[in-house]
Design a protein around this ligand. Structure first.
Ligand code: GLC
Ligand code: CA
Length: 511
């Protein structure tokens, strides 16, 4: 299986948390039309693809990751027509839109679950993972008990109100008849139902999916072999019916997900990637203090890169709705260097809304819709200096989440007008990437040094671009550099007799 979705070759994604992006009807919650209204903003930044977090009907116990109806846009965000219109307007601008698919669990309100809770057998009896008796709990999974007519406990996948859909067990215990094999009729019907959901939205113009907890589907699947096989089957369906659809997994183990047929996988704050070492720890690599280390990250990256060569893309996001903001541990100058790295690595970069202006994590908030500690990273976008930072004209107390109240909070309008802002730097870095195939998704990477500075060569055909990423405040001296400096993030850099001298806290690109 090769990575055959060509629009990914130079894709740069922008992640939108719909409830916090742009409110067009003054109810305090962002909406689909609000996204459509901001397409030009996203395009002007240079991003040509968008991932929207779940926007489907939901009781919002986990901000929409508890889906009640896969086929209907949540009324608070608008209608299916609004979403189809967003696809159309994005395509007109040569942009692509992927939705969030949550295949591992639903809300307890989902009609499938209501039917599945009934004691008499029906089409949905085997749609979820149930034990045969209320007195037996599914081991190691957590469960919902005592709310169904049916005698059994239902496994959960995340929060205790998110019942686990049944894709079967890789190695069912023969003494536990309720553990169905992957190819039993119930699990196969669940799989087909999820393909139907994908068909529906892809048919309407959506360009693919970010898949929630993609590695969690098949149970008792220690090496993920069952889940990998399942996704390979989904990929076959896509290749046959929607060959331009792109799939990115929330998995964090490219050596599994990309073999499973995903076009892309994220490196994340959990899993074996050492992502946090770079951006989110006491001494992040990208701090000026220069006390961090990228070594373990690079070692894991290289291993993944070798194992997945040519099979798909490894994506490094600036952040997402589940982790602290990038600005928690890094100041503006440090973020500029971090973005120089993020936007010059292979794979498709993902920018979390607001990270382009260094939006802050809002401290001290009460949890909103199952956000808990994540709530502070989900506050409404700061567009300008008007009321509610231009996010909404609703009264302040109606806003979905409280905004950053600091008088110096960053906003998009001011930063767009300021050449020296983080946003302007990011815009220039994306433009650089778009102009150099070597820097795009599939350009090769070879690491030259993994300390301070970090040095790597990107190549495509005849083109080679060397990136010298120097987050530390100390000057960098790198021998054996030939060519011309094509970009620096502010600080001074020069090449003399094959040696590059670069200021501290600067990234330099040489061709
Ligand atoms: C993923 C989502 C997260 C959600 C969870 C359960 O990790 O990113 O926001 O709470 O899955 O669906
Ligand atoms: Ca609204």
């Amino acid at each position: 299986m090769s990575n055959c979705v060509s629009w990914l070759d130079n894709a740069v994604f922008y992640e939108i948390y719909p409830q916090s992006f742009n409110d067009t009807n003054a109810d305090g919650i962002g909406d689909i039309n609000g996204i459509t209204e901001k397409l030009d903003y996203i395009k002007e930044l240079g991003c040509n693809a968008i991932w929207i977090n779940p926007c489907f009907k939901s009781p919002f116990g986990d901000a929409g990751y508890d889906v009640e109806d896969y086929y209907t846009v949540a009324p608070r965000y608008g209608t299916n027509e609004d979403l189809a219109n967003l696809f159309k307007k994005a395509h007109k601008r040569d942009m692509h839109v992927i939705l969030d698919l949550v295949p591992g669990h639903t809300s307890v309100n989902h009609e499938w679950f209501r039917q599945s809770m009934k004691s008499e057998r029906n089409e949905f009896t085997d749609r979820y993972v149930w034990t045969d008796s209320i007195w037996e709990e599914p081991q190691g999974m957590g469960c919902i008990r005592g709310i169904s007519e049916r005698d059994g406990s239902c496994a959960v996948n995340f929060f205790s109100h998110q019942p686990a859909l049944n894709y079967g067990f890789y190695k069912p215990d023969p003494d536990k008849k309720w553990q169905q094999p992957m190819d039993a009729p119930g699990p196969m019907a669940t799989r087909e139902a999820m393909k139907d959901v994908m068909r529906f939205w892809l048919g309407m113009g959506c360009d693919g999916f970010r898949v929630d907890m993609a590695g969690s589907l098949v149970k008792h699947d220690e090496d993920s072999k069952g889940t990998i096989a399942l996704w390979q089957d989904v990929r076959k369906f896509l290749d046959a019916e929607f060959p331009n659809a792109a799939m990115v997994s929330e998995w964090g183990e490219p050596d599994k997900s990309l073999i499973g047929g995903f076009h892309m996988d994220f490196l994340l704050h959990f899993g074996p990637s050492h992502y946090n070492d770079l951006f989110r720890c006491d001494e992040p690599y990208f701090s000026k203090r220069g006390k961090g280390s990228a070594k373990e990250f690079i070692a894991a990256y290289k291993a993944n890169y070798a194992k997945t060569d040519g099979k798909g893309l490894i994506c490094i996001p600036s952040g997402n709705h589940d982790m602290g903001r990038l600005s928690v541990c890094l100041d503006t100058d440090e973020m500029k260097v971090a973005f120089a790295f993020l936007l010059s690595m292979p794979g498709a970069p993902f920018i979390y809304y607001g990270d382009e202006i260094g939006m802050r994590y809002v401290e001290g908030l009460a949890s909103v819709e199952g956000g808990y500690g994540r709530t502070g990273s989900r506050s409404p976008m700061q567009w300008d200096k008007s009321v509610n930072a231009g996010f909404s004209t609703a009264p302040k107390d109606k806003l979905y989440i409280k905004q950053d109240e600091s008088p110096d909070r960053p906003d998009a309008e001011s930063q767009s007008a300021d050449e020296s802002s983080l946003r302007s730097e990011i815009k220039r870095l994306i433009a650089l990437r778009m102009s150099k195939p070597a820097l795009q998704s599939k350009g090769r990477i070879e690491f030259v040094s993994d300390g301070y500075p970090l040095v790597y060569k990107r190549t495509a055909g005849e083109q080679t671009v060397t990136a010298v990423i120097n987050p530390s405040a100390e000057k960098a001296v790198v021998n054996g550099i030939g060519g011309k400096i094509i970009y620096t993030t502010g600080g001074n850099a020069e090449i003399k007799d094959g040696t590059l001298y670069a200021d501290g806290c600067t990234a330099v690109f040489v061709e």
